[in-house]
Design a protein. Structure first.
Length: 219
């Protein structure tokens, strides 16, 4: 019988991946009840090659449009900035498709970088660092806890991601002090909420925090 370590379920028969989370299975597979027909499957390498080709084609086309269109084609610059992050998101999805928390956290950070680049490309109006990034940091921490609750993860399995997001979120104080964040009200409110999360973890999950930190830093 096969077992999924993520979902903590046992699976009869012979499965390539878990039917719930598509994670890898452990244990001994059983003989299938019916013959399995072979299907043409594209490998991760083939998908990445196709994505890389599409990326270079889009960059060449957008670069040409930007040069020929001048300021009227300023949108092409935004697309050129977005394309590398979309490619990175594609690669991260392929690499972490069997680990929900890693995938979600990576996608959130890519979204933050993408919004900052778009903001800068459109005139640095500060909307990204003032509204989008603070909201994404708070949403990321909450998402980590929600996923951990429904997936029944142990604290040592998700606290590292939550602590990393919380620590990085406090770097926004530098942006406020330096005046990069022109509308800091929302950021300050969300940082206060983040601080409440930190104290809650220190009080109720201190030992789990130590274990998660030690395992991550190999202490």
């Amino acid at each position: 019988m096969q077992v999924c370590e993520n979902c903590h379920i046992r699976i009869r028969g012979h499965k390539a991946v878990c039917p719930l989370c598509e994670g890898q299975l452990t244990g001994t597979p059983e003989d299938p009840a019916f013959p399995v027909l072979k299907k043409r499957r594209y490998t991760s390498r083939e998908v990445m090659k196709a994505a890389l080709f599409i990326f270079f084609v889009s960059e060449i086309i957008m670069g040409t449009i930007r040069y020929l269109g001048g300021q009227r084609a300023a949108w092409a610059t935004v697309v050129m900035l977005w394309a590398p992050l979309a490619l990175a998101g594609m690669f991260i999805t392929m690499a972490y498709r069997y680990h929900v928390l890693k995938l979600i956290n990576a996608e959130f950070y890519i979204a933050m970088i993408l919004n900052i680049l778009i903001d800068r490309a459109t005139g640095s109006h500060s909307w990204a660092v003032s509204f989008v990034v603070p909201s994404l940091f708070l949403a990321l921490v909450i998402t980590n806890f929600v996923i951990a609750f429904f997936m029944k993860y142990r604290p040592s399995e998700y606290l590292t991601y939550a602590l990393t997001a919380e620590a990085l979120s406090f770097l926004q104080i530098i942006l406020i002090v330096n005046g990069v964040n022109r509308y800091p009200t929302l950021t300050v409110i969300f940082l206060a909420i983040m601080l409440i999360f930190v104290f809650a973890e220190l009080i109720f999950l201190y030992q789990d925090m130590r274990n998660a930190t030690a395992r991550t830093l190999h202490l």
